[in-house]
Design a protein around this ligand. Structure first.
Ligand code: PRT
Ligand code: ZN
Length: 210
């Protein structure tokens, strides 16, 4: 039977837990940091190590059959993929943060303001849901310093402990969406016997953790 390919994050916050989950499923593979693809010795699976942002697109295009990636990244990508299993790690919330001394008090005060983010699509959807229009300033990182530099009135970024907001003179203002790591698949994969076996193993690993 043809091997399936699963894409996981090469390095970063989801890498270690993704590797651990696959190992806990009984999969035997070398976790080479330098190679971008590895074959599982005892299961019909190959593992691709990618930037997380590329995972939804690879799966949507069928270059990878499966992927492990944060919901925030899936939503932002707007790619069409199937949710197979919520994985319970990588939990965080995409939030709007404002300077500690900001005069923004209610959601409607965001009207016409500038908001810096690396998540322009999710933010646009959130603003539209609340009938707001704001200027979305898309930047590629270090979003939390934007208000201090006079680049924006607010930010929209991932928060987990809140420490980064605080140390940049910001406070959480509104929750945009929660996120956790998800096992995704390309469309039309549902009946695949390798996937069924893998999914059963993943679910029993998750159950054992409860
Ligand atoms: O290199 P690559 O593109 O693959 O990785 P990346 O740098 O884009 O992502 P990475 O590794 O930082 O995060 C991967 C995924 O982990 C994210 O897409 C989220 O789904 C999830 N996750 C969980 C987080 C956090 N927690 C998190 N705290 N992603 C980012 N952060 C950052 C956040 O951007 C902010 O700068 O941590 C800072 C806030 O943390 P606190 O604890 O100070 O609030
Ligand atoms: Zn990324």
């Amino acid at each position: 039977m043809k091997n399936l390919k699963i894409a996981i994050q090469k390095s970063g916050r989801l890498n270690e837990k993704s590797v651990q989950l696959l190992k806990n499923c009984g999969l035997d593979f070398e976790n080479y940091k330098s190679s971008l693809i590895t074959t599982v010795n005892n299961f019909n699976l190959e593992i691709l190590f990618l930037r997380d942002d590329d995972i939804p697109g690879y799966v949507a295009q069928g270059i990878a059959d499966l992927g492990i990636v944060g919901e925030n990244v899936i939503d932002e990508s707007q790619e069409k993929v199937t949710y197979l299993q919520r994985l319970g790690f990588g939990r965080c919330t995409l939030k709007i943060g404002i300077p500690k001394d900001s005069d923004i008090q209610e959601l409607k005060d965001l009207q016409g303001k500038a908001i810096a983010t690396t998540y322009p699509n999710i933010l646009q959807e959130f603003l539209a849901e609340h009938n707001l229009s704001a200027e979305i300033r898309q930047i590629s990182g270090s979003v939390e310093i934007a208000p201090g530099l006079g680049l924006s009135d607010a930010i929209c970024d991932i928060v987990s402990t809140g420490g980064t907001l605080k140390s940049n003179g910001l406070k959480p203002f509104a929750d945009v969406r929660r996120s956790e790591a998800i096992l995704i698949g390309r469309e039309g994969l549902a009946e695949n016997p390798i996937l069924c076996e893998l999914l059963q193993r993943v679910q029993s690993v998750l159950r054992a953790k409860e």
